[in-house]
Design a protein around this ligand. Structure first.
Ligand SMILES: O=C(O)C1=C[C@@H](OP(=O)(O)O)[C@@H](O)[C@H](O)C1
Ligand SMILES: C=C(OP(=O)(O)O)C(=O)O
Length: 433
């Protein structure tokens, strides 16, 4: 198990960072490519452990996937071309892999078992089992605790209109993917629009998708089964969830100026940029263009004194994975920052309310956990500490950024967990010094 030691730089961070491919889009490009006829070509695919889990699951189901540094080729076999895996599908640490694949497996004529690591196998799966089983799927939790390992038996799927209690792209996507195999139009209404990559990308692959955001803020996506999906060329934009660490580093380390390049700024993902703006951040958008049907930009980030803010309501799903690093920014902002409506933090790779609070306190921060978020005093100073990442990549990276502005050394425990979403993370920090 590795440790990484972070010390505050003596001068500002300067230079540019090319952000690696978006994790959500990389997963989906392999999944949808596998279900399309012919070959899908993916560039800037995220070579993180989570996305590699998705590749290995589809290889086990008979899909040939060529993975080279330049591109990925997914030789899709059509909607009914997957074959029975000869052993358990290992979804590693990845909630996205587990939940989205469940929607696909629900519609297959073979049985399968999905299982991941200890963290994954303790995350809630009732949220997908319940709607998928109400469509006629046969998914059971092998240990009877509504968690993976999951057994998925062949079932005959019929359409539903599901009203989800949580704004979750994983739940929405699982249902829409099962909807590809249902008898009629399947719809999902969520309380607030969550990331919409599945809707955008499946439309590109030729599926019949409709999406609507209603006057009360709820959002409905629906899918009508089609004969086949068509292979695509996908250029994956940079992951704003990975960019968030370098945006925070540029804002927090005095004297910094960092060009964060190739950032996907889809509005369903870009809540962190709105929060930065509300905190008084100096960020200039350059080269606004698009990649893979998603808007992108280069972000020029300069050191800025920050002020506290309130993060709540419909913005939460658009920045849910960025809350650990937002908490670090809040510790250096003037005033008290309140984060609420974010109970979903409790069911990520760790309970991220607990793991943020534990580590921020270890660094001398003043933070109070609440039922659905936390309250952070902007004390303007942290001290180096030993960080327990609990093997959660977002915790490891958020506290590495804290280490750049803390007094003394910060040691990130189990730092190798960054490989889940950002294998080059520590190397990239080193290059900016
Ligand atoms: O659909 C996706 O790609 C993801 C959705 C989010 O999870 P939920 O849908 O559980 O909120 C997010 O936290 C995760 O990192 C990726
Ligand atoms: C929650 C995350 O991912 P997943 O749900 O796919 O494990 C994440 O990357 O922060």
């Amino acid at each position: 198990m590795k440790e990484a030691t972070i010390t505050a730089p003596s001068t500002g961070l300067k230079g540019s960072v090319i952000i690696p491919g978006d994790k959500s889009i990389s997963h989906r490009s392999v999944m949808f490519g596998a279900l399309a006829k012919a070959t899908t070509e993916i560039t800037n695919f995220l070579q993180g452990a989570d996305c590699l889990s998705t590749i290995s699951c589809f290889r086990k189901m008979g899909i040939e996937i060529e993975n080279t540094p330049e591109r990925i080729l997914v030789h899709g076999k059509g909607l009914h071309g997957l074959s029975a895996p000869d052993s358990t599908l290992d979804t590693g640490n990845s909630g996205t892999t587990t939940r989205l694949i469940s929607g696909i497996l629900a519609g297959q004529n073979f049985s399968s078992i999905l299982s991941g690591d200890d963290s994954l196998n303790s995350r809630p799966m009732a949220r997908i089992m319940e709607p998928l089983n109400s469509m006629g799927a046969k998914i059971t939790s092998i240990d009877g605790n509504n968690c993976a390992p999951l057994r998925i038996e062949p079932g005959t799927l019929h359409s539903i209109h599901y009203h989800s209690k949580v704004a979750s792209a994983q739940v929405k996507s699982a249902i829409l993917l099962a909807g590809l195999y249902a008898d009629d139009t399947t719809a999902v209404t969520e309380p607030v629009l969550s990331r919409n990559h599945t809707e955008l990308m499946l439309t590109g692959f030729g599926a019949n998708i409709a999406s609507e955001t209603h006057a009360d803020g709820t959002a409905t996506a629906s899918i009508t089964p089609c004969e086949e999906l068509y292979a695509q060329k996908i250029q994956v934009p940079g992951d704003i969830s990975s960019a968030a660490y370098f945006i925070a580093a540029g804002l927090l380390v005095p004297g910094s100026e960092i060009l964060v390049k190739n950032v996907g700024i889809n509005p369903t993902r870009a809540g962190i940029l709105k929060v930065c703006e509300a905190m008084g951040a100096d960020i200039t958008y350059l080269n606004e263009t698009s990649a893979g049907g998603e808007p992108t930009a280069d972000l020029l980030v300069r050191y800025s004194p920050l002020k506290a803010t309130v993060v709540e309501g419909s913005i939460i799903p658009t920045l849910i994975d960025e809350i650990p690093v937002i908490a670090i920014m809040a510790a250096f902002a003037e005033g008290t920052t309140i984060i609420r409506d974010a109970a979903e933090l409790k069911v990520k790779e760790t309970n991220r309310i607990d793991t943020v609070v534990q580590n921020l306190r270890a660094m001398g921060g003043t933070v109070t956990p609440t039922d659905d978020g936390m309250i952070i005093e902007g004390t303007g100073a942290l001290k180096g500490a030993h960080i327990n990442s609990h093997l959660d990549h977002r915790i490891a990276m958020a506290f590495a950024i804290a280490g750049l502005v803390a007094e003394g050394d910060t040691v990130i425990g189990d730092s190798q967990c960054v490989d889940v979403s950002y294998p080059a993370f520590f190397k990239t920090i080193a290059q900016l010094r």
